[in-house]
Write a protein that binds this ligand. Structure first.
Ligand SMILES: [Zn+2]
Length: 420
């Protein structure tokens, strides 16, 4: 294939390549339809997603209390969000735009333009979930998504112990937060399965490793994953540090199972417990913990994303230093256009294509549509700028090379890292 011969053609090719590439979504919270009601989907779930619940309480009149809200039915909650967040003010937040993009991409532009929530609900009620999963994946343009599978949540664990079928578009990840951040709770769960764990000592370490290995065997996960607070440090002689050093890292090394760390969540218990899932906030974390883990464990692969914008530059520099470190995603409060744009530019400038530009973190199936529609637009624009700069510097590329790079930053680089 011949090289593109103008800035304009290079720019267009970059935008097109990102718009059309197949994406691997490496971290989500969706479930197979066979797993009881764990899979969330439809307009009511979209409207009551915790991003929008938080926004509701910034706008709703004082007589709507947290307690009253949580007692309402899902439909009543959704009505309240629609009325207060969408109709009474300009719905300008990214979470609001996300709902709009989902509805439009499903072909309901007229219903949206008329603000006809009843008609939109009627359309969703007519969908069959199995077909709808495929439709959403097709619109989002994904080859597969990786779930979050937590054996410390009894309802989730039951699906696997009862051998409920998975889904061809969904791969597994073994979530292990509780072992690290809430040992007493982890003990309770492991004991209920018959594991002899108690205080953090050698015999409990060995039992907890046996527990993890059992679940790794059962789930065949792509990686283990933990969401960690801003005060996570390593090495450190506290509960988090001990569990990491004596349980998680040895299992990761023995099974050659990468460890994904999402660092920087300030827990709702210390922020605003009354908001439920919407109560978590962000804190600036210590990037040195990642540095120490990568240096001391060259045989373990680490997938890392951080929640605070403040941490991004330092983390991106660290991404240059370790072959066993792969940066991914613009997580949660970073998954906003202005920050995705900034982070993607920074990562290209420091890492070339050796990163994964985003993950959806979709908790409601339908969110896959908007997360990837919005991300494709931003990342396409950034890639166009980068290739335009290269063109000015004298480099000439083909359309195939641009396609290769678009795929690389949206799944290919992750897969290459996992195979290393
Ligand atoms: Zn997540």
């Amino acid at each position: 294939m011949t090289a593109l011969n103008s800035i304009e053609s290079v720019r267009n090719a970059a935008v097109k390549a990102v718009a059309e590439t197949t994406i691997t979504d490496l971290h989500t919270h969706i479930f197979p339809p066979s797993h009881e009601n764990l899979l969330l989907w439809d307009i009511n779930e979209l409207l009551t997603y915790h991003y929008l619940v938080a926004e509701l309480f910034t706008m709703a009149p004082a007589e709507i209390t947290y307690q009253a809200f949580w007692k309402m039915s899902k439909t009543q909650q959704a009505d309240l969000v629609w009325e207060n967040v969408f109709l009474k003010h300009g719905p300008l937040s990214e979470a609001c735009r996300g709902v709009m993009t989902v509805i439009s991409k499903l072909g309901l532009q007229d219903e949206l333009a008329k603000r006809d929530l009843g008609a939109i609900r009627k359309w969703f009620a007519a969908q069959k979930v199995e077909d709808y999963v495929q439709k959403v994946f097709d619109i989002a343009g994904l080859d597969y998504a990786i779930m979050t599978n937590d054996p410390f949540v009894p309802l989730e664990a039951t699906q696997w112990t009862e051998d409920k079928p998975g889904h061809p578009l969904m791969k597994t990840a073994l979530r292990i937060d509780k072992l690290i951040v809430n040992w007493p709770h982890a003990v309770e769960i492991m004991r209920s399965y018959g594991y002899d764990v108690q205080v953090l000592d050698d015999s409990s370490y060995s039992e907890a490793r046996r527990f993890l290995k059992h679940w790794a065997e059962k789930l065949k996960p792509e990686y283990m994953a933990a969401s960690l607070p801003p005060d996570f440090e390593y090495p450190k002689d506290d509960a988090m540090g001990r569990a990491m050093q004596n349980i998680v890292l040895p299992v990761a090394e023995e099974l050659n199972l990468p460890l994904a760390m999402m660092i920087g969540v300030r827990n709702r218990a210390t922020v605003n417990p009354a908001l439920g899932d919407a109560g978590d906030a962000v804190g600036v974390a210590n990037v040195e913990a990642v540095q120490n883990l990568c240096r001391e464990n060259p045989n373990i692969k680490f997938l890392v994303t951080m929640l605070s914008r403040v941490n991004q530059h330092e983390l991106t520099v660290l991404g240059r230093k370790f072959r066993n470190l792969h940066l991914f995603g613009c997580w949660w409060y970073c998954n906003n256009p202005s920050i995705i744009d900034e982070m993607t530019r920074q990562r290209f400038e420091l890492l070339g294509t050796a990163f994964t530009a985003n993950h959806s973190d979709a908790r409601v199936l339908d969110q896959l549509i908007y997360k990837w529609t919005h991300t494709r637009k931003i990342v396409g624009g950034v890639l166009a700028d980068k290739y335009a700069d290269q063109f000015i510097a004298g480099w000439r590329v083909t359309e195939d090379e641009i396609k290769r790079d678009a795929r690389h930053i949206l799944g290919g680089s992750f897969e290459a890292f996992m195979k290393k």
